[in-house]
Design a protein around this ligand. Structure first.
Ligand SMILES: *Cc1c(COP(=O)(O)O)cnc(C)c1O
Length: 426
């Protein structure tokens, strides 16, 4: 039998995410990665400016994380987590509670961001069910993205992505995205909704909406909204899956808020971005509503890989790295470069907006068609950056940097000049 190439085997057997398999044919054959670089089979390298779908925080091939995983493998790979526990999962839970505000004390494990959100929704719904309170409605923000499972899709932006499934979704109320001019109006709308006493929860991506194109809003508005929700006993869920782990300049977006939520979802950078893992973290107040003599009042939810020791060992090693001053310095440095670049680009005639939140920089290109994921500028931009040795996946007309924190000034410069050359050519 003649040996098939990687791309032939891929074409024959692999179904890729978010991909029209008939027309989108070219795939980078990534065979190695180190620090901020991805290396392909044809001998080229690409700067991983979006951290491999926003997950990688410390750079690829981090030795501390790698050693932790291999040591853990020799001790305990994976074991059941119902009726059993393991040291790395416990260590992770305890350490995460230690770095969060003190009201967060209970950690539920799952496998990824979407499942962390599903668990958060179940916690909020069952909290009221267990208390025999009829609260079943959800408030979310327009443009939200919380994942691709059914519950997560229901509370996200409706559109092309989930149209075939829309008739299965539960009803959700959406607030317009907060801008400086509509905040009062939104708070009034939220108040009217909460006054029905039908709302179980409010879910938001705090400070930055990722998939909507790195849209940013103020912590002051978020404080007001959280406060309002909590005054009606509506549970507030912060989906920090994208914003967590230093992205917004602080360890979590909630560190920039005065008013803290009731439930937090973490994933993506949690393991340093090297293994799948999700956490849903609740207050004791929520947890206590599940305590009963009746088994049916328990959170009857779980995944085969709940509490996976390897993923937890990676996450603990990543926490070690976050404790180092050097990591804080890197986050600060990256935030400073972003701010400088933002100032350089301000008032650029081809840009609609440039915005920054910590290590995230978003550059929104002016287009004279409606901004959408399918805008042709997206494909042109993606191709331009690939040609220049940079892997940057725009959201529609929004280019953004959310790189691993190990990025050097020289590497940042490479990304900057590719932005300039793209802007010059459009
Ligand atoms: C990526 C993301 C998710 C979904 O996480 P997956 O691991 O891809 O399921 C949920 N919420 C936010 C804010 C995200 O950015």
């Amino acid at each position: 039998m003649q040996e098939k190439s990687l791309s032939e085997l891929d074409e024959a057997h692999v179904w890729h995410p978010f991909t029209q398999m008939q027309t989108e044919k070219n795939r980078l054959e990534i065979v190695a990665a180190k620090d901020a670089w991805l290396y392909t089979a044809d001998g080229k390298k690409y700067l991983d400016i979006n951290s491999s779908w926003w997950v990688n925080v410390h750079g690829h091939g981090n030795e501390h994380i790698g050693n932790a995983i291999s040591e853990q493998f020799l001790k305990l790979d994976h074991a059941i987590f119902a009726g059993a526990t393991n040291p790395k999962a416990v260590e992770l839970a305890a350490r995460v509670c230690q770095i969060l505000p003190s009201k967060f004390q209970k950690v539920f494990f799952s496998d990824n961001g979407s499942t962390a959100v599903e668990v958060a929704l179940k916690m909020a719904f069952q909290y009221f069910h267990n208390k025999s309170e009829a609260r079943q409605r959800v408030l979310a923000l327009d443009g939200a993205y919380h994942g691709d499972t059914f519950g997560a899709m229901s509370i996200g932006q409706r559109g092309y992505f989930n149209e075939p499934f829309e008739h299965f979704f539960f009803d959700v109320d959406f607030l317009d995205f907060p801008t400086k001019t509509n905040e009062e109006q939104l708070l009034l709308k939220a108040k009217n909704l909460f006054e029905t006493n039908e709302f179980a929860c409010l879910i938001v991506e705090p400070l930055v909406q990722g998939s909507a194109g790195m849209r940013m809003y103020s912590s002051k508005f978020l404080d007001q909204l959280t406060n309002l929700a909590q005054s009606f006993d509506v549970k507030v869920i912060f989906d920090e899956i994208m914003t967590g782990w230093g992205r917004t300049g602080t360890l979590f977006a909630l560190d920039q808020c005065e008013v803290k939520p009731d439930i937090i979802c973490l994933s993506k950078g949690l393991t340093g971005g090297v293994l799948p893992l999700g956490l849903t973290i609740a207050t004791n107040e929520i947890y206590n509503a599940f305590l009963s003599e009746e088994r049916a009042k328990a959170l009857l939810h779980g995944h085969s890989f709940t509490g996976n020791a390897l993923a937890c060992s990676a996450a603990c090693a990543s926490l070690d790295i976050f404790e180092e001053q050097e990591t804080k310095d890197k986050i600060k440095r990256l935030s400073d470069w972003n701010l400088q670049f933002l100032n350089e680009l301000a008032n650029h005639p081809k840009l609609l907006d440039v915005r920054q939140c910590g290590t995230i920089l978003a550059i929104e290109i002016e287009i004279h068609e409606k901004s959408s994921y399918f805008s042709s500028i997206r494909d042109k931009a993606y191709a331009h950056f690939v040609e220049n040795g940079i892997l940057l996946r725009p959201c529609g007309n929004v280019l953004f940097f959310n790189p691993p924190f190990c990025l050097t000034e020289e590497e940042y410069g490479i990304a900057k000049s590719a932005v300039h050359s793209f802007l010059a050519k459009i």
